[in-house]
Design a protein around this ligand. Sequence first.
Ligand SMILES: C[S@@+](CC[C@H](N)C(=O)[O-])C[C@H]1O[C@@H](n2cnc3c(N)ncnc32)[C@H](O)[C@@H]1O
Length: 334
Amino acid sequence: MSGGATEFAKSAELFNSSIATWAVSAAWDIGLFEALTEADEIDIPWYAKTEEMDEPSLRYLLRALSYADVVQVDADRVTRGATFGEFAQSKGLFQWLTKGYGSLFQRMGEVVYDKHRTGDYVRRDSTAVSIACRDANDVFMDAAFTEVLDGLDFSVAADLGCGSGERLIQLAKRDPSVTCVGLDIAAGAIEVGTAAVAANGLQDRVTLVRGDARRLGEYEAFKDVELMTSFLMGHDFWPREQCVELFRGIRTQLPNLKHFVLCDTHRNADDETPDLPLFTMGFETAHALMGQYIPTREEWYSVFEESGWKCVKQHVYSTPANTVIFQLERADSE
Ligand SMILES: C[S@@+](CC[C@H](N)C(=O)[O-])C[C@H]1O[C@@H](n2cnc3c(N)ncnc32)[C@H](O)[C@@H]1O
């Protein structure tokens, strides 16, 4: 039996990459991206001792990272590797995959069967998803959002599927006369958000409500809203007819609403596998497993049109791929 390194080479590469994926997620947890940004090198035994870590576990975590060139290990010394900067940015998407949706992917071979897709079969970690999305927003998305905001006039803002609440915290910090209300269905997200609002001392101007954005009409707190935002959850408004009805209701039932800024990841234009960009395969597979339809960009346009909104501007992100900010205004406005 030959034990050559070329045997099962593809399998080995995939297997090792999987471990490296978890290690990138863990590297964020243990503060390694920050530590190696502040210092050019770290002494491994010293780091393990200071942080009260098991040194062999830390060393294997670092070895998995070095597989993807995130770090370089030389005896007791760890330094930044060639891809350190890239992974310091994409770490949120890795944590979305591993900690946010790890328990769903673990059950892929189960939930692919109709018989296992009944009731509340989806398991994910909403706290981890909200923290991961906060980071992805910060790294990839906030700059374009801030540009959109600069052209808008509002004093009451709402965010649907507010996750960590970070968007509303930023809006409140940006202008002390603005009040905000956020809605999220997940207890974990509201918990993370409530703690962040308190940590920023904004309890008097930022309110987070646990509830279902598809039943927005039931929540009094939203009636005075002038700016509505919703990031990375638009697909949860589907099926299409339900989405059209909700968007029409948002337009007709909120008399003060002037701007609707919707940002979501849409379906990839084709199903080719080899060139899929970062995030797309994870995003589309997870939503298929959850039974959640992901619309194409064209399907979004047709929903806007049918529900009385016009898209006056859009911003297309390169990462996360297929992600667009649609800046909407009432179709009947001047
Ligand atoms: C991918 S996260 C994005 C969070 C946040 N908007 C951001 O950009 O960081 C999607 C969020 O939408 C929430 N969500 C999903 N369906 C919802 C619904 N029907 N009503 C309210 N929130 C919902 C989830 O709980 C989750 O916090």
